[in-house]
Design a protein around this ligand. Structure first.
Ligand code: HEM
Ligand SMILES: *[C@@H]1O[C@H](CO)[C@@H](O)[C@H](O)[C@H]1NC(C)=O
Ligand SMILES: *[C@@H]1O[C@H](CO)[C@@H](O)[C@H](O)[C@H]1NC(C)=O
Length: 469
């Protein structure tokens, strides 16, 4: 890049920063709320604009939260990334924030909205959001996904076969599994023609996701924005082909395209890209953690192996169809607890963001309008008040239901994850084949964690992978 271009970028960046600083400083010292007689939650705000961002990012953010909780209790104020915020680790308070949609709305950086598409479900509330949610939920009910088991199973088997005898990066391979399942649920199993294109563009989009949002030729962000346009065009092509053939489809695209849905092609594309985004890295990250925990806990792995071999034995005895079916997947109680325990201990979404729509009075404190509110899932899942010996991997703890609101891996309320059933199903199916047919060992096993943005075993967990004798 030319020096002048770099200089221009730098200047525009600086001016945005300064303007922001000016505005933020003004509101910081002259808050506009009226319920000022109520106290703000305890805590420190740090410097105007930068607040406590450095403190939070200079260490493991979870240590930052834990230190604050110890000092100020389960609800405290801080100032991160240019926003005043209230962080919440009290289970009932977190539930309150997630379920009171009229008081707290979702909030994302503008660059993320542009990349995923402004009309995607995450960014909305009210009637448009409710309509989208209905369209998504009906595609992912147990009734609707039951019939997908054989197709998911064959995707799982193909993936596992391709890993044989190799040194693989578990996370990358799991991502290739989860994008294939996502495309199956969105476009059905016959959409092989465009699948490769869709994947290729999606990979480019994803590389720009955590980049600096500077939309100039050559930047990752620019390439990502171009890729999202290509993705939208491919979706538009599929839509137009479907309109011509007038066939009914039971997949997510079919749900979005139904007459009553009333969505434009652009709205459909934004939401399809959004669902791939929500479905893929999340599920792949959890699967990676499961592989790690099973490796570290041989007695759990042994018990799980017994659970799955007994399913296989039943099938052999009955001598009928050999593949898994829905009721088999409901007959994996230990594996389901392994998934739950992994969701708890790994807490891949450490927290989420909301914004107060108006001044909110809560437990004697004021949460001013415009402040960000962060339910801290990870701290709730790791509190000894909610889970005994929280750092221990122990699936048996889920033999008893956790206390209300202390376990929210899929969130709660109006924006709770509509994909939780399909996520669990695809994890069970892959684990069944992984556990019964393969053995693996992690390479140079370390206990490091990386954030990208989800908490992930270091380097994506490299491992070698062999068929069982
Ligand atoms: C184990 C894997 C997954 C985890 C841990 C997970 C977790 C979550 C959480 C915590 C939320 C709520 C975020 C918030 O309230 O701010 C959410 C929302 C969402 N998830 Fe998932 N998710 C997973 C897999 C999936 C899958 C497979 C799909 C595919 C359908 C999906 C689709 C969505 C969508 C569309 C939303 C937004 C819902 C809305 O705004 O109304 N997720 N997810
Ligand atoms: C599912 O498979 C099991 C054998 O594992 C069999 O007993 C059962 O009848 C099958 N269920 C359906 C609905 O096909
Ligand atoms: C929300 O929390 C309640 C109580 O903990 C629970 O019964 C309900 O299933 C949760 N909803 C979702 C969508 O997770």
């Amino acid at each position: 890049m030319e020096l002048t271009t770099i200089f221009c970028i730098f200047l525009s960046f600086l001016s945005i920063l300064l303007l922001n600083l000016l505005i933020k400083t003004f509101f910081f010292f002259f808050p506009s709320n009226v319920k000022t007689q109520l106290p703000l939650p305890p805590g420190t705000m740090g410097w105007p604009y930068i607040g406590e961002t450095f403190q939070m990012y200079s260490q493991d953010p979870n240590v930052f939260f834990a230190t604050k909780i110890k000092r100020y209790g389960s609800m405290f104020k801080s100032h991160i990334l240019g926003y005043p915020c209230v962080m919440i680790s009290n289970p009932d308070a977190a539930k309150f924030v997630l379920t009171k949609a009229q008081l707290f709305k979702p909030t994302f950086p503008d660059s993320k909205e542009r990349m995923l598409g402004k009309q995607a479900i995450f960014f909305h509330q009210g009637a448009y959001h409710a309509n989208l949610r209905k369209l998504v939920l009906r595609t992912f009910t147990p009734e609707a996904i039951k019939t997908l088991v054989p197709d998911i199973e064959s995707i799982a088997q193909n993936c596992l076969r391709s890993w044989q005898g190799k040194l693989i990066t578990t996370f990358l391979e799991m991502k290739s599994y989860t994008i294939n399942v996502a495309l199956l649920t969105i476009f059905g199993k016959d959409e092989t023609l465009n699948a490769e294109d869709l994947k290729r563009w999606y990979y480019t989009l994803e590389r720009g996701y955590n980049s600096m949002p500077i939309n100039l030729p050559g930047t990752l962000f620019h390439k990502a924005m171009k890729a999202r346009k290509e993705l939208a065009d491919t979706v538009a092509q599929i839509i137009s082909t479907r309109r011509k053939t007038k066939q009914e489809h039971n997949d997510l695209l079919g749900s979005f395209m139904s007459e009553k849905a009333g969505l434009t092609d652009e709205q459909i594309a934004d939401n399809i890209i959004g669902v791939i985004f929500a479905a893929r890295d999340t599920t792949a990250t959890v699967l990676t953690w499961i592989v790690k925990y099973l490796g570290e806990n041989p007695s759990v792995l042994e018990a799980a192996t017994e659970e799955h071999e007994s399913i296989l034995r039943c099938k052999e005895e009955s001598g009928e169809e050999m593949g898994l079916n829905w009721s088999d997947t409901k007959n994996m109680p230990l594996t389901s607890r392994i998934i739950q325990e992994t969701l708890r201990i790994a807490s891949i979404l450490s927290f989420t963001f909301r914004e107060a729509i108006e001044d909110v009075e809560f437990q004697g404190y004021l949460i001013p309008k415009g402040w960000k509110v962060l339910p801290l899932f990870r701290n709730i899942h790791h509190s000894p008040d909610n889970f005994k010996e929280p750092e221990k991997f122990d699936p048996s703890r889920f033999e008893v239901a956790p206390k209300p609101n202390t376990f929210m891996p899929f969130g709660n309320g109006t924006h709770a994850c509509p994909g939780n059933e399909i996520a669990k199903l695809e994890m069970l199916v892959l684990l069944h084949h992984l556990i019964t047919k393969y053995r693996w060992s992690t390479v140079g096993a370390k206990n490091g964690i990386q954030y990208g943005p989800f908490a992930l075993p270091e380097n994506g967990l490299p491992m070698t992978f062999y068929p069982k004798k």
